[in-house]
Every structure is written in C-alpha cells, then in structure tokens.
Design a binder for this molecule. Structure first.
Ligand code: IVH
Length: 680
C-alpha cells in the first residue's frame, strides 16, 4: 500500500506507469468488453492511489494519466460522438461521515453561513450504463454512450428501439440533452439469459453487462429484441435553463414524458438525505432493477454552477454506495485456473446462492495465501460478499474449526503438468511451463515474435490466434515450420499469395536471430532484453547459459554475473529445470541458430561512463543509440542524475535536458554524438 510508506520519486514514477496501464486495462474490460475483473471498490482504490501519487509528484503526471480520462475510449465499430458537454462521473462515499464531510466541503466552498441550509436531492444510483439523449426542437436526433466522458459512441438507432424513450417531446427547450441510465430489469435479465442459454448464445454476468451488450450493437435489430429501460438523472447541453433547482428541473424532464425515478426526493439537509438513503436501501431488494447506492446532488443550480468540477467529478454531487451484500453457502470444490501469464488462480465453486438478487456459484480465492488465511477446505460453510457487479469473494470461513481434509495447492500446472512455483516473497504461484503451456501459448508466441524479441513482421496477434486455432502453432519452433502450410494458408480468407510469401520471408529472415533478442523472446521471468544481453555477454550462447543453469551450483554462478541477481538466477534455473522447456528449446534450436554474442565493447575514454539519450533522435533509433554507447563501454541510463556523464539531446528534449543543465552535465546534440562515436 502506497500510504504505508512514502515512495521515492523513481518508485512513484514506476508505480504511476503501472497504474496507468492497469487502470486503462480495467477501463477497457469494463467499458468495451463488459467483463470487469475487479470490484468497483478495488478499481476506486487504484484511482485513488494514482491521484494521491500525482498530488505528491505533480511533475510526474503522465500524458496517459488515468485522471485525464474517464473510462475507456470506445474502440468498437460504432461511430464516435464528441459530447457537447462532457459526461462526468461521481465521487464515492461509503459512510455517513463521508456524506457529512461532502456537505461540509460544499459549505466551505460556498462560504455559507452556519444557519444556511444545504438542500439536496437524493435518488437511487442505477446500475446501468449512462446515455445522453439529444433532442432538437423536440425531436430525438442523437443518442450516445458515455465512452471516455469526452467521446462516446453513437447508439441513436439502438436507442430508438427503447420504448421508455420518447422520440418526440412537446414543451421542451430547442436544445435539450437528457442524461440517464439505460438498464435492464432483474426479471428481464433472467429471462434473457434463459433465452441465450437455450440458443447457445452469450450468458451475461449481470443486468448491467446485459444492458451494455444489448445497447452497443451494430445491428439495432438486436437491441430491439432486448428489453431495455431508461431513467433520467440529469442533463447536458441546454438552450435555456430548465429550472432553478435540480428537483424542479427533473420534474420538468418528467413532464416531457421521460421516466424519472419515483424515489427521487428533495431533502432539506444532510440528515433527511441520510434518512432517504436508508429508505432506499430498505426498498432495494424489492426494486425491479439493480441499484448500488444513492446519489446526492446540491439542489440549487446556481450553487452547482459555482461549485463546478474537479477532474472527473462535480463538487456538487456524491454517490453514497451500499455496503457489499453477503450470503452463506457451501464451498463444493476448488478449481485452479491458469492465466495467460501462467498465474495459477484458485476458483471456489459454491452451492449456488442468491446475493443481492444475483445467483452466485463461483468466487475467486485470489491465491494460495488467501486459501491459507481463510483456512478453506472443500466442504466448508463460507460467508461470501458481492460488491458492485463483479466476481464475489469469500470473507469468512464459518467452519474452520471442523476437522476436514486440508486443501493442497497444486505444485504442478493443471494445464501442462509443469512445475508450479511461487518465488520468494511472492504470493502468486506460476506455471514454469512457459513455452509449452497451452494457457500461456498465445502470450508466449506473441512475445517471441514481438518487436523487442525476434521482430517477425506480419505475424501479428490475429495470425497467431488463427494458426493456434488451426493447430499449426504449439511452440515457437512451429513458426519456422509454417512454410509447410503454405498451400493451406493460401486457401484461407484474407491471405493472398503476396501476404503469405511476405510472412514466410519475414520468418526465414530470422533463422539466425540476434542472441539477446532470442533469449529475451523465450519469455523467462525477469529476463528482459538488458539482462539477456548481460547473460550472453558472459555465456556467449543460450546453450552455454543453459549448461550453467543446469549445472550443480549453477545458481550461484549465475547470480555472480554482472547485472544478474539471485531472482534472475532462480528464474533461469526453474526454466531450464523444466523438461518441457528443454524440449521446446531443443526443438527451436533445430530450426534456428542464434548468432553467438560477440562483445564489441572497447576500452575508450567512455568506458564505465553513464549516458542519457533524450528527445527524438533523427538518424537512428534509441536502441541503436544505446548500442553505440555500449560499444564505447558506456552505460545508457534512463534518467539524469549527478552521476550522468553525458546527455545526448534531440529535438523536443524536456525535463531531462533541463535537469542536465541544472546539474552542469555536458550536453551534446545528435551530430556531436555521431562525432564522438566515430572518434572513440
Ligand atoms: S448523476 C456529473 N445520478 O453513475 C455526474 N448518475 O458513478 C452525473 N448513475 O456516470 C451523474 N445513477 O452513469 C447520476 N441517479 C444517478 C445515477 C447516476 C447511476 C451513474 C452515471 C454516472 C455514474 C457515476
């Protein structure tokens, strides 16, 4: 946890990079694939961690920072729509205290006198997907999903099939954008899944995903066949104000014939608002649709205007989330799933039980330690909880004192039978069968041909997936045998003589790959391209490295290599210890001959010096520049410090150049660098 320990700047930059990637992935899973992997609470924690780090280190805010985005930009086939006014999100609260704090913040911001009441509206937070409906002169002209908040997807034809949404309004302003949630009722969701199951179609995890999947269809005919509903909760662009308060504005929207929740209420102050929260919480199970909290909004619109927004959310609104729902059931089995990175994840199979209106039959058990922490065994009674709309979790083992056979976490991969190990200090157990494990096959092959590794042009994700499907690709060696399938490939859709021959030529061109790239391509844990180079600098060939890794005491020898520590050494020993990997590597080496690594570093005045490249380089790639530095015996580093000896700055160089100047580090341009290289 970042709060527990103050991170240094480098650590923060690293963490921000990982958070940006991770949050983007979860946004994509949630918004594009309607298949979230983590709970809303866990997602919020990531966003909060990101925000806290950015506040501490404002100069480290990344161009791709999650705080500059909302959700995932849509990637599907629907046309993109830029919202006239951005569609924002809400901050969350989980306790009465946080709600009171919200109102106190509003008061402070507006400098209200103590006796001035802050009226709020309170209404259910519907678990659907937000949608903006644009009416011009009373006619529905455009409907868009939220997308990333700035740009959404055009779902106009789809929305026209929703009976709740009028096509025509009377008495409305010339421009009126109504915003609200498209959702599916619990009953309609259950019936839809039954129909889907009977027809062998996709089963939706929950009503929200069903609504999203139904609305975001290229073919509006499919949407029409799905029972979608709509409830308004606000507005976007307006040609004239609707009213002076939130409540009155919503009443006007209702008067146009657009559905508004009948649980929307105006409250004189925070106490009344909290009372209404409890009333809605009480009504929750009987409501025909899923809700996950209550939304409060400052009632006076002139105050909303003054309060404005911070980053993703308005200062005048708050979502008060319900606590996770709990239920008790029996753990009937523990299965192990193998992820694409080889991680073994235990999944609990339950006697199905209803939690907050949804039947739950599976829970994630996270990892080996979690099973141990809860003392879980097959047959235990467990308390589970479901937060938001994602995978439920076990929170308590109710029968841990009862005698029962302990669960033994496998030490072999259930997919490929390779050894499965947890590294020192790590909770995740991973399959070591990298090259041959079917669960990891796609990722591994993709990595093997990627730009940093063998760099086989034209062998992209789609082709890899296609060839795996055809049974042509099992391990990397098969890539070099694809030419045997030339005739079959020519008969397939999307493949022409030219594209097939280009691909086969690109593969042939890599029969004598660069040694470090080849080693890196094997995907051994912790062996990045730099480590691969360090290893081959010492061992020359992959075969030699393998001999060292397999030898008695090899781990110690490996640990001693410059740039290699015990973690890498252990990963190498594990990798080469695995029979499957040895076979796959032998097979691969029967097809390709990686060039032995010849160290061409010379003793120069630059030997042992540290060089940083920044800005854009025009005559060479960054990899090449780094290789040049290494040939001079220097080290290419990523950041400027007092230890930096030289900075090579191209156009557009920014903070690193500034820092170098501040520290008095010598700075040269690309042409001067070329002279240094030539003269050294
Ligand atoms: S008001 C400026 N009211 O929750 C923010 N949102 O977590 C306006 N939602 O994007 C949102 N029910 O999709 C509002 N009664 C309600 C809502 C609601 C569901 C969704 C909405 C929003 C998200 C924020």
């Amino acid at each position: 946890m970042p709060e527990a320990r103050a991170p240094g700047e480098a650590e923060a930059a690293n963490r921000l990079m990982r958070l940006a990637k991770e949050i983007a992935r979860h946004d994509m899973l949630y918004h594009d694939q309607d298949a979230p992997e983590i709970s809303d609470a866990d997602y919020d924690a990531l966003v909060r961690e990101n925000r806290a780090l950015e506040e501490r280190f404002p100069h480290l805010v990344r161009a791709d920072s999650p705080s500059k985005r909302l959700g995932a930009a849509p990637t599907g086939a629907l046309a993109k729509i830029t919202h006239a006014r951005p569609m924002l999100s809400l901050d969350n609260a989980f306790s009465d205290e946080e709600v009171r704090e919200f109102v106190a913040r509003v008061r402070r911001f507006l400098s209200l006198p103590a006796d001035e009441a802050v009226a709020l509206t309170a209404e259910p937070k519907i678990d659907g997907l937000s949608c903006s409906l644009r009416y011009e002169n009373g006619k529905l002209v455009l409907a868009a999903t939220r997308g990333d908040g700035a740009v959404g997807e055009d779902v106009t034809p789809n929305v026209r099939t929703i009976a709740d949404i009028p096509q025509q309004l009377s008495g409305a302003p010339a421009v009126l954008e109504v915003r609200g949630e498209v959702y599916m009722s619990k009953a309609d969701f259950a019936a839809l899944n039954e129909r889907q199951e009977a027809a062998g179609g996709k089963i939706f995890a929950n009503p929200r995903n069903a609504a999203a999947g139904s609305l975001r269809q290229k073919d509006a005919g499919i949407t029409a066949a799905r029972p979608l509903r709509f409830l308004a909760h606000g507005w976007g662009e307006l040609s004239e104000p609707l009213a002076a308060t939130q409540m009155a504005a919503m009443q006007r929207i209702a008067s146009f014939g657009i559905p508004v929740s009948n649980l929307l209420q105006r409250c004189d102050g925070v106490d009344q608002a909290l009372d209404h929260y409890r009333a809605i919480e009480h009504a929750r199970a009987d409501l025909p649709f899923d809700i996950d909290g209550v939304v409060y909004k400052v009632d006076r619109l002139d105050w909303q205007e003054r309060l404005g927004f911070v980053a993703r959310a308005p200062r005048w609104g708050l979502a008060h989330k319900f606590p996770a729902e709990k239920a008790e059931t029996t753990l009937e089995a523990i299965d192990i799933q193998v992820g694409r990175t080889g991680k073994l994840t235990p999944v609990g199979r339950l006697k199905p039980v209803g939690v907050g209106g949804v039947m739950v039959a599976n829970v994630t058990l996270h990892n080996r330690d979690e099973i141990e922490r809860l003392g879980l065994r097959v047959g235990d009674r467990v308390r589970i909880q479901r937060a938001g709309d994602v995978i439920p979790q076990v929170v308590e083992n109710l029968t841990r004192e009862e005698p029962r056979q302990a669960f033994v976490f496998p030490d072999h991969c259930p997919m490929c039978d390779s050894e499965a190990v947890a590294e020192e200090g790590e909770v995740d157990v991973r399959c070591t069968g990298g090259l041959i494990c079917p669960a990891q096959r796609f990722e591994r092959l993709r990595h093997f041909v990627s730009r940093g590794a063998l760099d086989i042009e034209g062998l992209g994700e789609k082709s890899i997936a296609e060839f795996i499907e055809l049974g042509w690709l099992h391990s990397p060696a098969d890539i070099f045998r694809l030419r045997r399938h030339r005739a079959d490939l020519l008969g397939r859709e999307g493949w022409k003589e030219k594209s097939v021959d280009n691909l086969l030529a690109a593969i042939e061109a890599k029969r004598a790959p660069d040694g470090p790239r080849f080693l890196f391509g094997l995907g051994i844990r912790h062996v990045g391209i730099v480590t691969a180079r360090d290893l081959l600098k010492c061992f020359g060939t992959v075969e030699e490295l393998r001999r060292a890794s397999e030898a008695e005491g090899g781990q110690a020898e490996l640990s001693g290599v410059q740039g290699v520590g015990p973690v890498v050494a252990e990963a190498l020993v594990d990798f080469f210890h695995e029979e499957h990997n040895r076979t796959a590597l032998d097979d691969l080496l029967s097809e390709v001959r990686p060039a032995p690594y010849v160290s061409d570093a010379r003793q120069t005045e630059w030997t042992g010096k540290t060089i940083v490249f920044t800005g854009s380089l025009e005559t060479m790639s960054r990899d090449e520049a780094k290789a040049q530095a290494e040939r001079l015996g220097a080290r290419a580093a990523g950041s400027v410090s007092a230890k930096t000896d030289l900075v090579v700055a191209g156009p557009g160089a920014g903070s690193k150049l500034k820092k170098a100047e501040e520290l008095g580090v010598r700075v040269v341009n690309e042409a001067e660098w070329a002279e240094i290289v030539a003269g050294a």
